[in-house]
Design a protein around this ligand. Sequence first.
Ligand SMILES: O=c1[nH]c(=O)c2nc[nH]c2[nH]1
Ligand SMILES: [Zn+2]
Length: 438
Amino acid sequence: MTSPTLYRATILHTPTNPFTDADALHAHDDGGLLVDGGVIRAAGPYADLRAAHPDVPVTDLRGGLLLPGFIDTHVHYPQVRVIGGLGLPLLDWLDQCALPEEARMADVAYARGVARDFVGGLLEAGTTTALVFGSHIAGAVDVFFEEATRRGLRAVSGLVVSDRLLRDELHTTPERAYAEGRALTLRWHGVGRNLYAVTPRFSLSASEGILEACAALMREFPDVRFTSHINENGREIEVVRDLFPGARDYLDTYEKAGLVGRRSVLAHNVWPSDRELGVMATHHCTAAHCPCSNSALGSGFFPLRRHLDAGVPVSLGSDVGGGTGFSLLKEGLQAHFMQNLMPDGVPLTPTHLLYLATLAGARALDLDGQTGSFEVGKAFDAVHLSPAPGTPLDAVFRHASSPERALAAAFATGTPADVAGVWIGGEHVHARSEVQAV
Ligand SMILES: O=c1[nH]c(=O)c2nc[nH]c2[nH]1
Ligand SMILES: [Zn+2]
């Protein structure tokens, strides 16, 4: 465990939901966090904490912003090397870009390299917790959890299961899906920072039999998480309708199997019905909004206002590799842009974006007792944004009239290059390597 440290910084976090609480943003120009054993033990003005703890070593992070670590609630591990397949709609993109690459994960040595690229990409972007679509290949899921453990990431992930309409190499059976999922759950769920997520790819590629196998696993391990895709693309929705003639709508395919609950996260939901929103709200099931992916694949505009009005929790996902990179700053900005462009869009402030990138994700994963904000008793999961001298963001930070103004600029123009340090459970898991001037 790490020894006690007092962090001094400009600190911002959202301990409550700004969509329902106007005072959700807590900002301290010269704030302090006392961290011991990886946990926040005290928080407040730096001067007060210093006076109370005069002997504790100080880590001075002034000149940047210290935010809770970002929480990415939808991202695909085997797709990191196919980022950038722009201009194709979902089903063509899957056929031409994603699935051929996902088939390569059968080679464990290849999967190891992908896992390194993927986990490194998350940490460098300031992501400290991620709900990760694993691989269709069980050995590659082990490789992912091994790499997440080695780097210290909080990982929620599992075997992706499908039994139709993808490629033969990626198909399984309900029996094998259950057996491999069970073995992986026993090996990884609750081990270190890892949690298991039952993960049928989407109803288009999942028979009722395989959804039932998923449900059986969830009955046996009631505290695992559940994730899948929903209502992303018009053509996808039509195919699902044809495949499940007895279902009321897309959500019903998961609902009938008993897979919708408060630990369920469904990615996209660009085209929901009112019934689906009502059921998601009743079950506290979260929609993971992935605005860069929705733009890159031309999927559509996320109806945030309808989700909020219905009471459906919403979080953010990068959806790499349909998405364009790991930065939740960029996802926040794209969410803001898209709402701005919609007739009935929700005006998103920097406070909303910070909440969506942090506490909303922790709540989606039922991890808000541990992470997502800087409240006393939570783990010290943090990202330090400190732009390189001479960059435009550095200029804004140095001249910002308030921490909120600096936060707005971080979302508008920040990138992984501005992430100077990342901590998870008090461990310094990423430090930016400084480029030497020549
Ligand atoms: O954006 C997406 N990426 C995927 O890999 C996928 N699979 C099913 N549906 C999907 N949507
Ligand atoms: Zn996805």
